[in-house]
Write a protein that binds this ligand. Structure first.
Ligand code: DX5
Ligand code: ZN
Length: 215
């Protein structure tokens, strides 16, 4: 299982050493939460920081765009070696067009769904064209929030559809910890994002924290 530590929870004054602390870890992506203070009420980091991060690590970058205009970001982030580009279904009316456009630049393209968005808003055409579905288990915008219990049913719903879309990765983001990881995997999660759980006790605990999400 791929684990994606969310750098939103890292020590921003020491990003380089935070990145280095994960060198040699396998099946790991760095999750980058890009927020525009419009789609969500928070502003994080953008092009210059992501560019610097991309130069300092070989670990695949997993960018989660919580922005109102994802189309703009598809091209402006294309040279930063991002492995997975995820945007929100709620942010666009032409998701299929965006997926096709993003596929030109990124090996993996994802779509994310907020906790209150109807599951049917992810159409079969979208499912057939994405590599990753990000199911939010908190309202996007901030790290450190409590996991929303209803998320399990939402994961199970898409997990059942996986027989039709066998290459689809189900990613879960928000309030993930060792307490819910096992249940999330059983519900169908293939990839877990975790911010505060992984980072809160510092680098000496990162390996154990990451491994604890896999068992
Ligand atoms: C929230 C972000 C998450 C966040 C998760 O909007 O998408 O990636 O960093 O943080 P935790 O794991 O602390 O809930
Ligand atoms: Zn995220």
């Amino acid at each position: 299982m791929i684990i994606s530590p969310s750098l939103l929870a890292c020590d921003f004054l020491n990003i380089e050493s935070e990145l280095n602390a994960f060198e040699g870890f396998e099946d790991l992506w760095f999750h980058l939460d890009i927020m525009d203070s419009h789609f969500v009420p928070n502003l994080t980091f953008g092009h210059p920081i992501v560019k610097l991060i991309s130069k300092k690590t070989k670990i695949p970058l997993d960018a989660h765009f919580m922005v109102s205009n994802p189309e703009f970001f598809i091209e402006t982030f294309k040279d930063f070696n991002i492995h997975n580009f995820t945007f929100h279904i709620e942010a666009t009316k032409n998701s299929l067009e965006l997926i096709k456009k993003a596929k030109k630049y990124y090996p993996s393209v994802g779509v994310s769904i907020k906790p209150k968005t109807p599951l049917e808003d992810i159409s079969t055409e979208v499912l057939a064209n994405i590599d990753l579905l990000l199911i939010m288990s908190v309202e996007p915008g901030f790290g450190g929030q409590a996991f929303i219990e209803e998320s399990y049913e939402r994961i199970e719903y898409f997990n059942k559809l996986k027989t039709q879309y066998p290459n689809l990765t189900i990613q879960v983001d928000g309030g993930v910890s060792n307490i819910n990881a096992d249940k999330l995997r059983k519900a169908g999660a293939d990839n877990l994002v975790a911010g505060s759980y992984i980072f809160k006790e510092g680098p000496t605990t990162y390996r154990e924290k990451v491994e604890s999400l896999r068992r």
